[in-house]
Ligand binder design. Structure first.
Ligand code: PEP
Ligand code: MG
Length: 583
C-alpha cells in the first residue's frame, strides 16, 4: 500500500512527515453486558470504583497541566468534570444496580448515567443542562477504562501525527498542544468547531478524510499536507524527497511573510482593509497582537462558557483584560453562540443546527444574556468594545436585545458604574433570512459581520460538519456571493461598515472577491493574519471590483474557483506568495 493518498478538507496549513498514532475514540465500542454471580459482586463494585478513581486522577492531572499553562478555562472543564464524579449518586447508584440486579459494572454505569442525563435534559436552566454534556464525556472515559481501552489523549507519545475518527471539544482540550506534529480526522468539515479549535494549535490539520480509519495503522510513516488537505500513507522515496523540498520552500515563504508584519493591509491603489483577528480563548489575544491585528473582529465567547463557571465578575475580568490588551484597537464580543456543535446545552434535537442555538437560546435564557451584557458593558469603559449578536434571523431578535441592553444601561447608570454610552451593536449575517432582510436590520445596528461558515451551511442546505456533502459546501458559490452583495449594499446605504469573519475571509481565492464587493473588514484566525495581509497588498481595488461583478454572473463555485486561480496568478502575481496548485 505504498503512497496511499487520502483526501480531506484542509483546516490548518503546514506539512509534517512523521509516524502515526491512532486514537480510536469511543464511537464503535461494543459494551459487554452480563449477569454476575453473588460471589463476584464485591469485586465488580471494586472494579467500578477503581475505574472512577483512575478517571478522577486523570482529570486532576489535566486540570493542573492547564493551570500551569495559564489556561484557566480548559482547567475549569476538568475541575467541573471531576466534581461530577465526586457526587455520591454515581457510585452509590451503580453499586445498587450491581447488588440488586446482579448486573456488571458497564451495565450499571450506563443505567445510572442515562437516568441522570434524562434529569439534566429536563432541567429548566441551561447551566444545569450543560453539565449533561460533560457527564456524557466523563462517562465515556470510565467505560473505556472498564473495557480496558483507556487510551488518553494526554499521554500520547510525542512527535507523532495524531489520527482519530472524531474528537469532542472535551478531547480537543486534552491534546497536549506542543506534543503532536499534526492532526488528521475522518470526521468534520473545515468550519466545524472542532476544526476551529484545532486551528489554534499551530500544526497542520486535515479533517473529513472519509476512508482514513480503514487504511491507517499505528506507527505507519505518513505525510500530512495541510496545504492541499491530504495525507499520504507510507510515502515512497521520491514523494518523501519532494515533500522535504516543499517544507523548505514553505519555510522560506513564511519568513517572507514575517517581513510584512508592520506594513498596513492596503491594496496597491490605496484601499485600506481593516484586518482583525478571530479568537476563541483569551490566550489567543497574544498571537493576535504579535501579528499586528488591528482589533479583535470576533471573540467567540462560547468556548469560555461552561456550566456555572462564569459569573458577571469573571466575565468582566476576561473581557476587560482583552479590551485593555488590544487597546487602542477594539474587540467585538459576540454573545454566547451556544448550541449546535459547540459546547451545547444538554437538549436532544433532531436538527440542532436549525434549533435552539445562539440568540434564540439567549432570549429564552435571559439571565445568561443579562449577565453577559452587563459584563460586556462594564468592560466597555475605554470605548473600544462592541457587541455582536449571532445567528440572527429576524429584526425582532435585535430589538429585544437592544431593549434589554437599554435596561441594563439604566441600571448601571443608577449604580454609578462607568461604561461606554455609545457602545456599538452589530449582528452576524449568517442566515439567508438576515442577508435578504439586511436593509431592515441595517436600520437597527452599526455594523454587519458576515459569518460565512454558517451562511454557507444554511444557504446551500449543507451541514458544515458532514464530509459526505462537503463538495456542496463552498462559500464561493454565486448564491452566497449574491447574498453578500446585498448585505454590503444595505449596510453601506445605512452608513454601517460590513466585515467578514467566517473562514472564507482568509481564502486566497475569496479575498479579491470580498474586497471587490466592498467589504470594509476581514477577520481571520491569528495564524492567517500575515498571509491575508500579503494577499491584500498584491491587489488593485479597481480590478477586484470588476472581478467581483464577473463572478456574480457565474454558474457555480467550481467556475468561480477556476477563474480566480488564473486571476491570482496572472493579474496579481500571487504564485510566489501562496501555493496556487492546491486542489
Ligand atoms: C460563521 O458562522 O462564519 C462564524 C464566524 O461563526 P462560527 O464559526 O462561530 O459559527
Ligand atoms: Mg456562525
Amino acid at each position: 500500500m505504498k503512497n496511499k493518498i487520502l483526501r480531506g478538507v484542509k483546516v490548518a496549513e503546514g506539512i509534517e512527515i512523521g509516524s502515526i498514532v491512532i486514537y480510536p475514540g469511543y464511537e464503535n465500542e461494543v459494551l459487554p453486558f452480563y449477569i454476575l454471580r453473588e460471589s463476584d459482586k464485591q469485586a465488580e463494585i471494586h472494579r467500578l470504583s477503581t475505574a472512577i478513581d483512575s478517571v478522577k486522577q486523570e482529570l486532576k492531572a489535566l486540570q493542573s497541566i492547564f493551570e500551569k499553562e495559564n489556561d484557566p478555562y480548559s482547567a475549569r472543564i476538568f475541575e467541573v468534570s471531576y466534581a461530577l464524579l465526586e457526587e455520591p449518586w454515581l457510585l452509590e447508584g451503580a453499586q445498587k444496580i450491581i447488588e440488586n440486579e446482579s448486573r456488571n459494572a458497564e451495565y450499571a454505569l450506563q443505567k445510572v448515567i442515562a437516568h441522570k442525563l434524562r434529569m439534566f435534559e429536563q432541567a429548566s436552566s441551561v447551566a444545569v443542562r450543560q453539565r449533561g454534556a460533560l457527564l456524557e464525556e466523563v462517562a465515556r472515559k470510565i467505560l473505556k477504562k472498564l473495557i480496558g481501552k483507556d487510551d488518553t489523549l494526554a499521554s500520547i507519545p510525542e512527535g507523532k501525527i495524531l489520527v482519530a475518527p472524531f474528537l469532542s471539544t472535551f478531547e480537543v482540550a486534552q491534546i497536549p498542544r506542543n506534543k503532536i506534529k499534526g492532526l488528521a480526522l475522518s470526521h468534520g468539515g473545515m468550519t466545524s468547531h472542532l476544526a476551529i479549535l484545532a486551528q489554534t494549535f499551530d500544526i497542520p490539520v486535515v479533517v473529513g478524510i472519509k476512508d482514513l480509519m480503514r487504511y491507517v495503522r499505528d506507527g505507519q510513516l505518513a505525510i500530512l499536507d495541510g496545504y492541499r488537505g491530504l495525507i499520504i500513507l507510507e510515502p515512497d522515496e521520491s514523494t518523501l524527497r519532494t515533500y522535504e523540498a516543499k517544507i523548505k520552500h514553505y519555510l522560506q515563504l513564511h519568513d517572507k511573510l514575517v517581513d510584512i508584519k508592520d506594513l498596513p493591509p492596503v491594496t496597491i491603489d490605496g484601499r485600506n482593509i481593516e484586518l482583525c483577528a478571530n479568537i476563541n480563548l483569551p490566550a489567543e489575544v497574544k498571537p493576535a497582537i504579535e501579528f499586528n491585528a488591528e482589533g479583535i473582529g470576533l471573540l467567540r465567547t462560547e468556548f469560555i462558557f461552561l456550566e456555572d463557571m462564569l459569573d458577571e465578575e469573571q466575565q468582566f475580568n476576561i473581557y476587560s483584560d482583552i479590551a485593555d490588551k488590544i487597546y487602542p484597537g477594539s474587540v467585538i464580543i459576540r454573545t454566547f453562540d451556544i448550541g449546535a456543535d459547540k459546547l451545547a446545552p444538554y437538549v436532544r434535537e433532531d436538527n440542532p443546527f436549525l434549533g435552539w442555538r445562539a440568540i434564540r437560546l439567549l432570549l429564552k435564557e435571559k439571565k445568561l444574556l443579562r449577565t453577559q451584557l452587563r459584563a460586556i458593558l462594564r468592560a466597555s469603559r475605554r470605548g473600544n468594545v462592541k457587541i455582536m449578536i449571532p445567528m440572527v434571523t429576524t429584526v425582532e431578535e435585535v430589538l429585544e436585545v437592544k431593549k434589554l441592553l437599554n435596561k441594563i444601561k439604566r441600571d448601571l447608570r443608577n449604580e454609578d458604574v462607568e461604561f461606554d454610552e455609545n457602545i456599538d451593536i452589530g449582528v452576524m449575517i449568517e442566515t439567508p433570512a438576515s442577508a435578504i432582510m439586511a436593509e431592515v436590520l441595517a436600520k437597527e445596528v452599526r455594523f454587519f459581520s458576515i459569518g460565512t461558515n454558517d451562511l454557507t451551511q444554511y444557504t446551500m442546505a449543507v451541514d458544515r460538519n458532514n464530509p459526505y456533502v462537503s463538495e456542496l459546501y463552498d462559500p464561493l458559490h454565486p448564491a452566497l456571493l449574491r447574498l453578500m452583495k446585498n448585505v454590503i449594499i444595505a449596510g453601506h446605504a445605512a452608513h454601517s461598515w460590513v466585515g467578514v469573519c467566517g473562514e472564507m475571509a482568509h481564502d486566497p481565492m475569496a479575498i479579491p472577491i470580498l474586497i471587490g464587493l466592498g467589504v470594509d473588514e476581514l477577520s481571520v484566525a491569528p495564524r492567517f493574519l500575515l498571509k491575508t495581509k500579503e494577499i491584500i497588498r498584491h491587489l488593485s481595488y479597481k480590478e477586484t471590483k470588476a472581478i467581483a461583478e464577473k463572478v456574480l454572473d457565474m454558474k457555480n463555485a467550481a467556475e468561480v474557483r477556476r477563474f480566480m486561480k488564473d486571476v491570482l496568478k496572472e493579474e496579481f502575481h500571487l504564485n510566489n506568495v501562496i501555493d496556487l496548485d492546491s486542489p
